[in-house]
Design a protein around this ligand. Structure first.
Ligand code: NCD
Length: 356
């Protein structure tokens, strides 16, 4: 595997290798300053980003490489009607590695078909955010000594938050972890994540009050209500501000709780929590650089000019993906890859399933 579209495409030992490498880099970042000299990273951010975008760019620069790209598609030939396919092809010619964030589910997997170089998924719609997960795992490992045998609370917008989909699926692979999902009824975990957990018979608790469960948690992962994903602004207004971590709520938590948040935050964590020793979200953002430096090095070690479309055993079926936000519903001529399992077809881009 030479692209990172979904961490579940990788063996756990490969993921652990990236984390080990990140820890080495963090100890002595200067030792790696010439590792990517002469290499160019294409940075395509078609959705807003501060941490992911700039930590990737900082990572490439700290490795001695350079980057090019855009964060506003209106300043690229997308604005002239150029297709996703052609843009990716061209950017892949100009770069040695592409990092892409896109508002459509499955866009990163589609990008890997056209780029001709390693592609990293920096967030595809409401689907996945694997590099955030690497950074989350790195931070959990640093503060908890490992990622097994812990009780994780996820709170806020669990329906649209892609970091939650990615992280929970990885944590299941570490074993012996417990999951508590705190949200409103409307913002419960995605159908995709629920299906993943149920298929593997992994138990979880769902509840509507952070106060009720905070004392049982080892790690609390707060998330923002994703305003940009709501079709109706009134629905967003009804959901925002429903969960709020402040000193009072934190008062009932374990003394060694780790509070994470992928950021940006709105009002779900009060600033007064920032000075509490349990707040780890700025450390998490800092770890973004080291995790991404390690990932870039790892993909280059493995790449060696090999082109990989990342579709594994999937086959082409004459079906339309049922997910209205799937990249295949917008980009014409994308072969409709599905994998077949237990009488269901699973879209290889966005993971939406339908009956065979
Ligand atoms: C997250 C994202 O973009 O999905 N942010 C990030 O990458 N650090 C979470 C969010 O936007 O709420």
């Amino acid at each position: 595997m030479v692209s990172l579209i979904d961490l579940n495409d990788f063996d756990l030992v490969d993921v652990e290798n990236v984390l080990d490498r990140a820890i080495d880099i963090k100890k002595n970042v200067g030792d790696f300053s010439k590792s990517m000299v002469g290499k160019i990273m294409g940075s395509l951010f078609l959705e807003p980003s501060t941490r992911t975008q700039f930590s990737f760019q900082a990572a490439m620069m700290r490795l001695g490489g350079q980057f090019l790209g855009f964060s506003d598609p209106q300043k690229s030939s997308f604005a002239k009607g150029e297709s996703f396919r052609d843009t990716l092809k061209i950017m892949g010619i100009y770069s040695d590695l592409l990092v892409i964030r896109h508002r459509k589910d499955g866009a990163a997997r589609a990008a890997s078909m056209f780029a001709g170089c390693p592609v990293i998924n920096a967030g595809d719609g409401v689907h996945l955010h694997p590099t955030q997960t690497l950074v989350d795992l790195l931070t959990i490992r640093q503060l908890k000594g490992g990622c097994c045998g812990l009780t994780f609370g996820f709170c806020g917008d669990l329906k649209f938050g892609r970091p939650v989909n990615s992280l929970v699926r990885m944590l299941c692979r570490y074993g012996n972890n417990r999951f508590v999902f705190v949200s409103t009824k409307e913002q419960q975990i995605s159908k995709f994540l629920r299906g993943f957990l149920e298929e593997r018979k992994i138990g979880f608790v769902e509840c509507g009050s952070l106060e009720e469960v905070i004392s049982s948690l080892d790690v609390l992962y707060m998330t923002r209500v994703q305003r940009e994903r709501f079709k109706n602004p009134v629905d967003y207004e009804n959901q925002k501000g429903r969960f709020r971590l402040n000193k009072k709520v934190l008062g009932a938590a374990k003394s060694d709780l780790v509070v994470l948040h992928p950021l940006p935050r709105n009002d779900e964590i009060d600033c007064e929590v920032d000075s509490d020793g349990r707040a780890a979200y700025f450390l998490q953002a800092e770890n973004g650089i080291y995790g991404r430096m390690a990932l870039i090095l790892q993909l280059f070690d493995e790449f060696k000019g090999r082109v990989d479309d990342c579709f594994g055993d999937a086959k082409i079926f004459n079906r339309v993906c049922l997910n209205e936000n799937c990249i295949t519903r917008f980009e014409v001529d994308l072969p409709q890859f599905f994998s077949e399992k237990n009488g269901y077809l699973n879209c290889s881009y966005c993971d939406e399933s339908q009956v065979l």
